[in-house]
Design a protein around this ligand. Structure first.
Ligand SMILES: Cc1cc2nc3c(=O)[nH]c(=O)nc-3n(C[C@H](O)[C@H](O)[C@H](O)COP(=O)(O)OP(=O)(O)OC[C@H]3O[C@@H](n4cnc5c(N)ncnc54)[C@H](O)[C@@H]3O)c2cc1C
Length: 806
């Protein structure tokens, strides 16, 4: 599901609209500089926050500088304020400022993912024009040069002021930074849309050169944050790790996530040798995981086991989130299936029939579905005492749905009833703990002698000669392996590294659009070792990107009350922790943040296409709502959406969303508007429900239009589609990357089995479908060929091998 958007959450979501009233043209009284300015209210961040900018009168030259204004919150002269020049946190130039005595300090930093940022090594330069520090705030006016284009060791990006709107991100923290180590911002974060046309001014260079009315100091061009950043001379890094054991395998599966675990298990049932390679560390306690809050010390449980701790990923993802992509994804054993909210739905038949090609229709995939749901049936009462906890939100909304004629269903038993229906949430928990593919398929695989799991080992690329893979090259990790691991003759490689990870592996293996492969070729890391251009396979990898379009609405009702799962992490509800530890019951056996009901409807577009909507409610406010009685009801547009985006790679070999797949067609937009109106009509049935977002004086059309169409603002974290399955081979101008056996076109033995092969989106959260696809794909792959048998290598003992504690 989409990330939590409560004040401590990291998903940058704030309606452009909700903040639009706080935008104005404004003249700074001290300097006379005229800014376009955004004010963020104190309800969003204690002490408030202001950011403004002025641009040169004409967009000439490199067009990559501005004069900025920051008014940061700093109670007791403590606090930092950050600005993202790209909107989101990852892959953008970030400017951080804070008071120090009467001075204001600044530094530029950069993060390739949701990780602690590093000092920025590009050439952005900040020149202070004026500053003031009071007991509560600091104010800084600065000239920022080379700030709309950035480059961190080859990871380049830009957001030039050439469009109607620039998306700017902000975050605040209540303390000043210590050295170069950053702690997660704790005083709000969000985004707003800035308007370049309003910021342009012919007097720009006069101001930039210190010609304002009363600058407090003569401007001096001092790059901020201490010593001038020197652009790093990036050199290829060498693999850090132990030499890989010798030996070879019939099947090598890369990535132990929702797709990789089941496909590896099912392949190993055949008796052939299977190696599953995962770049991340163990997650659940039974596999040797150790990450946990203090109250779990002395138990076999980790943060991943406990349903109520799932949302901690949004405030503390170090060592868990992938560091080489610009979206949130789990790079641990289990991938998304270890970190997600575990929503688990029996698939809707229409999703297969509408999206998938022959051999993958509902009737074809029924046997796999039955196998999956026999192993992982899902439960709507995850607490072991069979009770549901804190159901006020469900009760209020279901009263409204029911009064409006929506029908309550039991989703586990009525999967196809998805039009004007609602249900309790269903989760892949069992016995009060996370299970899913980890607790089933991985357990059975690890019992087989012909199966091996290597953790903490990144795969760099598929080693191939022409269309034939001979093995995979490893990239090490914390205790992991380096070197090459070989396939037996007749063996196959299965990429299950997720939509971002498999796209990256294909690019690094010389498979994808020429423009992307050229970036890899020109990269310092892979340039000299990338497979020769004569062997590149030109396929539309990275295209056809899709995600559920998320549009948040917010209602409140006095019966509803927020339960702070983040405080539960800190052990602030000892009776709930105790209850959970005693017998896996209570609210902590349910996913944060109190999810449900989940509702569905289908909306027919003027193009004749039926579009599927899922509504996911949770007891948690979203900006601008802050009330403890608020509920966010997220609208996901799925099956039938006709918008598509793209993933690209940059010179630092990070994968990013280069084109967001949201609401590019009028019919997609209309479907979201219609469904929100349907929700409003239902909620109006209960007089005590107050619709907060969209606000009563705003039309639904205006509201939906006002939200940025960026990943940071609209993602649901349900990325699919970049290695599409289909019969129209991309080699001959079609849109598909893999054939009906999941084999990459133009290859003999390279497969992709994960979310990236989905041709289009589905109605519900995707994990159950991905597991089903993997189970089905394994049968097809096994039917393809008869690998020769082999001699699986013996891993050297250590934490990377599948150390299992059942
Ligand atoms: C925070 C969050 C909440 C979510 N909530 C839900 C939910 O409640 N219900 C639901 O159905 N879906 C949810 N999703 C989506 C769901 O988890 C994903 O769609 C699903 O996990 C994708 O499966 P996958 O197999 O394609 O990739 P993943 O599950 O991401 O697995 C990919 C694996 O490959 C590994 N890998 C990547 N690159 C390499 C490499 N080079 N070498 C070795 N290993 C590599 C990764 O570490 C990872 O373990 C959520 C997602 C997120 C991020």
């Amino acid at each position: 599901m989409k990330g939590s958007t409560f004040a401590r959450a990291a998903s940058l979501l704030s309606p452009l609209f909700s903040l639009a009233q706080a935008q104005e043209k404004w003249t700074h009284p001290g300097t006379g500089i005229e800014f376009w300015k955004q004010t963020v209210d104190t309800s969003q961040t204690s002490g408030g926050f202001e950011w403004g900018y002025a641009l040169p009168g004409e967009p000439t030259g490199s067009n990559d500088e501005y004069i900025g204004y920051i008014k940061g919150s700093a109670a007791g002269k403590k606090g930092w304020s950050g600005v993202s020049h790209g909107g989101g946190m990852p892959n953008a130039l970030l400017l951080v400022s804070w008071p120090e005595g009467d001075a204001v300090k600044t530094t530029f930093v950069y993060a390739g993912g949701y990780v602690n940022p590093d000092p920025y090594t590009g050439n952005a330069t900040l020149t202070q024009i004026s500053h003031t520090v009071t007991d509560d705030h600091f104010e800084l006016i600065y000239r920022c040069q080379w700030c709309w284009i950035w480059d961190q060791g080859g990871a380049d990006g830009s957001q030039l002021p050439t469009n109607e709107v620039q998306v700017i991100g902000w975050a605040q923290h209540k303390d000043v930074p210590s050295g170069t180590s950053w702690t997660f911002h704790n005083n709000g974060q969000s985004q707003f849309g800035a308007q370049p046309a309003q910021a342009r001014n012919a007097k720009y260079f006069e101001w930039a050169n210190g010609g304002g009315t009363t600058p407090t100091a003569t401007p001096t061009a001092t790059p901020s944050g201490g010593p001038t950043p020197t652009p790093s001379q990036a050199v290829p890094t060498t693999c850090v790790g132990k030499p890989a054991p010798t030996g070879s395998f019939d099947y090598i599966v890369v990535g132990a996530g929702a797709g990789g675990i089941p496909v590896a298990d099912r392949l190993s049932e055949s008796g052939k040798s299977v190696l599953l390679i995962e770049r991340g560390p163990p997650s659940l306690g039974r596999f040797g995981g150790t990450m946990k809050p203090a109250w779990l010390n002395g138990t076999d449980l980790t943060r991943f086991d406990v349903p109520g701790l799932c949302n901690q990923i949004w405030v503390d993802s170090a060592g868990i989130a992938c560091t080489d992509i610009d979206q949130m994804a789990g790079c641990v054993l289990g991938g998304g299936a270890a970190v997600n909210a575990a929503l688990w739905w029996r698939p809707v038949e229409k999703d297969w029939d509408y999206n998938f090609p022959a051999g993958w229709k509902a009737a074809d995939i029924k046997a796999a579905t039955d196998r999956v749901f026999k192993r992982i049936p899902g439960t709507d009462t995850p607490s072991t005492d069979g009770k549901r906890y804190k159901q006020e939100g469900f009760n209020v909304l279901s009263t409204a749905f029911s009064a409006a004629g929506w029908k309550q269903v039991k989703a586990t038993e009525q999967p196809n009833e998805k039009n004007f229906t609602y249900s309790h949430s269903v989760f892949m928990y069992e016995k009060g703990q996370r299970q899913g593919p980890l607790g089933t398929y991985l357990v059975s695989a690890l019992e087989r002698k012909n199966f091996q799991l290597w953790q903490n080992t990144k795969v760099r690329r598929v080693v191939r000669s022409g269309g034939k893979a001979t093995g995979v090259e490893l990239d090490g990790g914390d205790g992991g392996y380096c070197g090459t691991v070989k396939l037996n003759d007749g063996g196959r490689v299965i990429l299950s590294a997720g939509t971002f990870g498999s796209t990256k592996l294909l690019f690094r293996s010389g498979i994808g659009p020429k423009a992307q492969l050229n970036i890899v070729k020109n990269s310092i890391q892979d340039g000299s070792t990338l497979i020769n251009e004569t062997q590149w396979i030109d396929l539309p990898v990275g295209l056809n990107l899709n995600d559920h379009v998320n549009t948040d609405t917010v209602v409140r009702h006095p019966n509803v009350s927020f339960y702070d799962f983040y405080k539960a992490w800190d052990g602030e509800y000892p009776s709930d922790s105790k209850q959970y530890l005693a017998d896996r019951s209570g609210i902590l056996a349910q996913s944060a943040p109190n999810i449900g009901p989940v509702a569905w409807e289908d909306v027919k577009g003027s193009d004749g296409i039926e579009r599927a909507i899922q509504w996911t409610a949770r007891v948690e406010p979203s900006p601008p709502a802050t009330d403890n009685t608020s509920m966010t009801i997220s609208n996901y547009l799925g099956r039938g959406s006709t918008s598509r985006g793209a993933l690209s790679i940059n010179g630092a070999l990070n994968i990013f969303v280069s084109k967001a797949p949201y609401l590019q067609t009028q019919e997609d937009f209309d479907a979201v508007v219609t469904s929100i109106k349907n929700l409003q009509a239902a909620m109006a049935k209960v007089p005590g429900i107050v619709f907060e977002v969209p606000a009563p004086n705003v039309t639904v059309e205006a509201y939906v239009k006002s939200l940025p169409l960026t990943a940071a603002a609209r993602r649901a974290n349900h990325w699919i589609g970049t290695a599409k399955i289909g019969t129209d081979s991309g080699l001959t101008g079609g849109s598909s990357v893999v054939d009906l056996n999941t084999q990459v076109y133009g290859t003999e033995n390279i497969h992709v089995v994960d979310a990236s092969i989905f041709p289009g989106h589905i109605q519900t959260n995707p994990t159950s479908y991905i597991v089903t696809v993997a189970d089905h794909a394994a049968a097809k792959i096994l039917a393809l060929g008869k690998p020769s048998g082999g001699t699986p290598g013996t891993p050297t003992p250590g934490k990377q091998a599948g150390a299992v504690r059942n």
